[in-house]
Write a protein that binds this ligand. Structure first.
Ligand SMILES: [Mn+2]
Length: 311
């Protein structure tokens, strides 16, 4: 794995209903993300924050809240992430509400297209984030990034990408899903994205889930973009998010997921989304996000093969 990491802050909450995710990048810095990654042997540069318009706190128009502001943020994010990828760095985007991923997927997809590399995305989230202006009950754009990435959305948002869709639906893998809006469900089923909802994870376990996904991504020879929404975690271990949904990933399930991603060597970029310090307790949610990031970058209890031979 590329060990030159660029941290990019996205202090925005314009895609969400609740204010506060805009403080997420600082929360991750305070929780020690730089030091933690350095301890894993990474060369880390904190590039600072992407800028964009402030949150106007307006109601939705035609089913979109803050379309214009979201589009500006997404384009600015796209430029920042693309610049880091082109410089040979591994970008970690520190959010920020999940609408920011429209920009990061656009950048990664563009970079992959220019380098003749397929792109796959692992979307770790309580929500499918597959709404459109017609299905979204709130008009919040942080519920729409996966739809936009796969070609469903407002032309201004689609235009952030180099092509429509930015990513083929069959290259999108979702895990930890447990809250999908009524009409959004129909779109998800029709879309062809690959969903491991919580029931499927209950039935086959996180180990088989990750084995299947990572096997697929390896076969495709793809760059893997990991988009980690901290609301994927069970609320008692990660209370600092706007939309807590019971029945999420346990601490150990999340750790194993991250450890297996690391072992695969496939990950080339990532987002950490939706940390909301205004709703958190003593920065605990940022701390667990940093802890899981350490596992993504190779922290282990023991070196895997020193105690047993993994299959
Ligand atoms: Mn999300």
């Amino acid at each position: 794995m590329n060990n030159r990491i660029s941290l990019i802050g996205v202090p925005s909450d314009i895609g969400a209903s609740d204010r506060g995710a805009s403080m997420g990048p600082e929360a991750l810095r305070v929780a020690g993300i730089v030091e933690t990654l350095k301890k894993q042997g990474m060369e880390v540069t904190d590039t600072g924050n992407v800028t964009g318009p402030p949150n106007p706190e307006l109601p939705p128009v035609n089913g979109y809240r803050h379309l214009e502001e979201n589009t500006i943020w997404a384009n600015n994010i796209q430029e920042a992430i693309y610049r880091e990828l082109n410089a040979g760095n591994f970008p970690i985007m520190m959010g920020g509400d999940h609408a920011m991923s429209i920009g990061s997927i656009a950048a990664v997809a563009r970079y992959c297209a220019e380098n003749d590399r397929p792109i796959c995305m692992l979307w770790i989230d309580a929500h499918a984030d597959y709404n459109t202006n017609e299905t979204s009950p709130s008009g919040n754009i942080h519920g729409m990034p996966v739809a936009v990435a796969t070609g469903n959305g407002h032309p201004d948002l689609l235009a952030v990408g180099h092509a429509i869709p930015m990513i083929a639906p069959e290259n999108v893998y979702q895990i930890a899903i447990r809250s999908v809006d009524k009409n959004e469900k129909k779109l998800v089923i029709k879309s062809g994205i690959i969903v491991y909802d919580m029931r499927r994870i209950d039935e086959i376990g996180i180990r088989q889930t990750m084995q299947e996904i990572l096997h697929d991504v390896a076969e495709k020879g793809a760059h893997l973009h990991v988009s980690f929404d901290v609301d994927s975690l069970d609320p008692p271990i990660a209370p600092g998010v706007a939309t807590t949904i019971p029945g999420g990933l346990t601490y150990r399930e999340a750790q194993l997921c991250m450890e297996m991603i690391h072992d695969s060597g496939l990950m080339g970029s990532m987002d950490i989304a939706e940390i909301n310090p205004a709703l958190d307790t003593k920065n605990g949610t940022a701390k667990i996000a940093v802890d899981l990031t350490a596992s993504l970058f190779g922290r282990q209890i023991f070196p895997t093969h020193s105690l047993y031979q993994g299959e």
